[in-house]
Design a protein around this ligand. Structure first.
Ligand SMILES: Nc1ncnc2c1ncn2[C@@H]1O[C@H](COP(=O)(O)OP(=O)(O)OP(=O)(O)O)[C@@H](O)[C@H]1O
Ligand SMILES: [Mg+2]
Length: 464
């Protein structure tokens, strides 16, 4: 072997062990030849437990499912972004997204190679990135829902993009206040200037002034020259989240900045002109906040030139289905999955629920459900988190359908409700009789024809 070939081989081995993706190579017999450190980490194995052993002796796969490596060995066709869930020799469940390709020596296939990504990690990376850069850049296109109430808020927000007037957004936690604030900014003429968002509740009183208005060197011990968020947002938009948590004396200073369009850094004696649009949010009724002294009336009047009330999710249940499907797509993409449907029972349960955490809670619910899915192509009731199922089962009409105790929490058109309820009830009965039509019809006190007719009408089929 020449020196050069030696370096090539040694370096290749080193590279394989240092990359951040799992690499697994088998020969034509299905015996592992290369198995890198990352792959061992993903699969919870030691490299030596896998190297030079037959893959089927180490890992186990679901019934009727072959390992992607063995599939490629068999067919010679590459697989791209294939999601696979399987188990190591200690029963640990592993889910990866794989790119698997045949290894050819001329025309002869001599093995297969797999590059695997651990999807839990990718999901986390994506999220960290989004958070760190803070540039998710929502626009009105990101806003899902066409209920009358949300459409009205969207319309009012779009009108607000034409001016630089202050906007006050009022809504419970998770209703989409940030989403609306960003949409207004990115669709206004300020879109190429910064959008800066600051949660006022997260800052201690002593710091907030310096952060908003900046500090001047020597102004107080240790102070440096630093622009505040008003200056940093020059030409753009400053989102002041939870304005009602700012103490009233600072609210007075904020009012001055907004009115006079000048800031004075802490410790400075000179004012500086600023051109910033203010969007403020709060998660309580301003009338309460004012009467209880948390919000200055004069600041409220100044901010509320445009006031947007974002209704809680329980007041716009028509939007739930669209939102749930949109989040399913989002997390399909993030997790590299391909879940296609959400079961009727799940959607019905969603309609019954109150959603105290609003859209964010729904998003987390779908994300959690996708994490609970292994290979099914629909989100079903069992994929919902336990704490949610418990909550629902204690007060839901849906789970009480069998006892006819239908208890409405929210009004919807009667025929829609009846259809949903009937569909669910029929499914439950059919399930109990293993989809035997004669028995189910008898239990329901109807003719077979009548039952068949209803199954067709509601598109109910025996699950395969
Ligand atoms: N109408 C909507 N369409 C699509 N996604 C939405 C919608 N409303 C909210 N979301 C999503 O829900 C999550 C929470 O929204 P957002 O952060 O805007 O809420 P918020 O009102 O600012 O909450 P908080 O008061 O807790 O700060 C985000 O991931 C957002 O993208
Ligand atoms: Mg927010």
């Amino acid at each position: 072997m020449t020196q050069r070939e030696l370096v090539e081989i040694v370096a290749a081995k080193q590279v394989v062990n240092e990359v951040d993706v799992g690499i697994h190579v088998v020969d034509s017999e299905g015996t592992t030849i290369i198995y890198n450190q990352k792959m061992a980490q993903i699969e919870g194995m030691n490299q030596n437990d896998v190297l030079y052993k037959r893959l089927v002796d180490v890992f186990s796969f679901h019934k009727n499912e072959d390992s992607t490596l063995l599939q490629v060995l068999k067919t010679g066709d590459p697989l791209k972004n294939e999601k696979q869930t399987y188990y190591n020799n200690r029963g640990l469940e592993i889910t990866t997204i794989n790119n698997t390709t045949p290894i050819m020596d001329g025309h002869k296939q001599i093995g297969a190679m797999e590059i695997a990504r651990d999807i839990t990690k990718i999901e986390k990376l994506m999220r960290d990135n989004i958070n760190r850069r803070g540039d998710t850049h929502y626009t009105f296109d990101s806003i899902i829902g066409d209920s009358t109430v949300i459409s009205e808020v969207i319309e009012a927000s779009k009108r607000a993009t034409r001016t630089s007037s202050s906007v006050l957004i009022i809504g419970d936690t998770g209703t989409g206040k940030e989403l609306f604030a960003q949409s207004i900014h990115y669709e206004s003429s300020r879109s190429s200037a910064p959008f800066i968002s600051q949660n006022c509740a997260a800052l201690p009183d002593g710091l907030i002034e310096g952060i908003l208005f900046g500090t001047k060197k020597g102004g107080f011990t240790g102070a440096v020259d630093r622009p505040g968020l008003f200056e940093q947002a020059e030409g753009g938009t400053l989102l002041l989240d939870e304005i009602n948590s700012v103490n009233p004396s600072l609210q007075a200073k904020l009012l001055r900045v907004i009115q006079e369009k000048v800031v004075r850094r802490v410790g400075d004696t000179k004012d500086k002109k600023v051109n910033v649009r203010i969007i403020a949010t709060m998660n309580e009724d301003p009338v309460d906040a004012i009467s209880e002294g948390r919000l200055r009336k004069d600041l409220f009047y100044r901010l509320s030139v445009v006031t947007l009330f974002i209704p809680p999710l329980r007041k716009r249940k028509e939007d739930i289905k669209d939102l749930a499907y949109a989040f399913m797509q989002k997390y399909n993409y993030l997790f590299g999955m391909d879940v296609k449907r959400i079961d009727d029972k799940v959607l019905l349960t969603f309609l019954e629920y109150d959603w105290p955490g609003n859209v964010r809670e729904l998003e987390h619910m779908i994300e959690g459900a996708l994490n609970a899915i292994t290979y099914e192509d629909a989100i079903s009731y069992n994929h919902l988190p336990m704490h949610f199922r418990k909550k629902i089962s204690s007060n839901s009409s849906i789970t009480q359908l069998n006892s006819h105790a239908i208890e409405l929490t929210e009004i919807q058109p009667l025929d829609k409700y009846m259809e949903d309820a009937e569909t669910l009830y029929l499914k439950n009965v059919l399930e109990r009789y293993s989809y035997n039509i004669t028995k189910s019809a008898k239990a329901l006190g109807m003719s077979r024809q009548n039952l068949q007719y209803r199954l067709k009408k509601y598109g109910i089929q025996k699950p395969r």
